[in-house]
Design a binder for this molecule. Sequence first.
Ligand SMILES: Nc1ncnc2c1ncn2[C@@H]1O[C@H](COP(=O)(O)OP(=O)(O)OP(=O)(O)O)[C@@H](O)[C@H]1O
Ligand SMILES: [Mg+2]
Length: 383
Amino acid sequence: MEIRQRILIVDDNKDNLYALERMLSGTGAQVIRASTGNEALIASLNNEFAVAILDVQMPGMDGYELAELLRGTQKTRNLPIIFLSAIYSDDYHVFKGYDAGGVDFIIKPYNPRILINKVRIFLELDRQKEESAEANRQLQREVADREKAEAGLKHAMAELARSNAELDSFAYSVSHDLRAPLRGMNGFSQALLEDYSEILDEQGKDYLCRICSESERMSQLIDDLLNLSRVSRAEIRREPVDLSGIVRTIAAEMERREPDRAVEFLVEEGAEVNGDARLLRLVLENLLGNAWKFTQKRSRAKIEFGRKATNGECAFFVRDNGAGFDMVYAGKLFGAFQRLHSASEFEGTGIGLATVQRIIHRHGGRVWAEGAVGQGASFYFAL
Ligand SMILES: Nc1ncnc2c1ncn2[C@@H]1O[C@H](COP(=O)(O)OP(=O)(O)OP(=O)(O)O)[C@@H](O)[C@H]1O
Ligand SMILES: [Mg+2]
């Protein structure tokens, strides 16, 4: 909104006031008249002025005294003052005017165009001052808005962390409580099989076997869920971790467990990172376990571990030449119980990558995957 600027003119002579007002009407500013110092002070209390023009010789309070008073008041401290004087044109009075806070001293008779141009300059300065003050206020409003938004975000994040923690402890106790009845089902099915096998026909025995294997599967799912919620609750303890060393240990362990598999391991040495050693080991166990599992149909399986620089950050990767996956579903991989391969083809419950993602996120890092059907997969993480 454009606020009209105001000019204060003070003169005890009505004709002078009238002439000044007419002269200044072309500036577009509103002219406020005062015929005494007191009137001027009252006007200055109720209005903002861009510039004031004071007659020096006035009965009672003269222009200098008025200027002193205006300068001593907070609101008009920086008001530019132009003195007009017919009588005092000597240096002494001119400088007295400057001392009183005047910015200019014009001696009558004067050329109206000179006065008008000087007033215009002060109006322009005032406008610029007002604009930068407004820009400043706008900036302050924006800063305040941003601070408010940040506080809101912080609050929402704390809220989310709290409800996540609640959900995790809920999952933990539910999974925990599910185990007992499941054990019961499994146990009684076994008992039926053992103690009543003469009474049951083959189909009956088959049903019981299925109940047993399904309950074992469910027990595995519960274990996985419990592990996942443990990962979320565990405290992160950071220390330098030798990832290359961990990869070598896990590879040796897998080779020992399945000596029939011939898998070539390529491990880059010296890959170190700051993080929680126990949790990062779990990440590598899952990624290498997957690589091992999804290369089982390759006659020349190859698993690589190394570092790669990607847009300014250093990412670690586990790469294999196994079954691969369709990139269309790359976003699904990290969800709990999400599997792209059937259990008959490759066994598993689909919790490994969900665990990996949680651990990496808890370190403040990110994890992603690349792959193609039949052409292997690469899993990256950066901390
Ligand atoms: N190296 C890989 N190559 C091809 N597909 C993969 C690879 N790693 C994971 N996947 C795909 O992502 C899915 C989810 O992996 P995730 O590790 O979470 O589960 P899983 O290995 O099937 O079971 P779990 O890890 O719980 O035993 C897998 O079922 C598979 O479809
Ligand atoms: Mg897995």
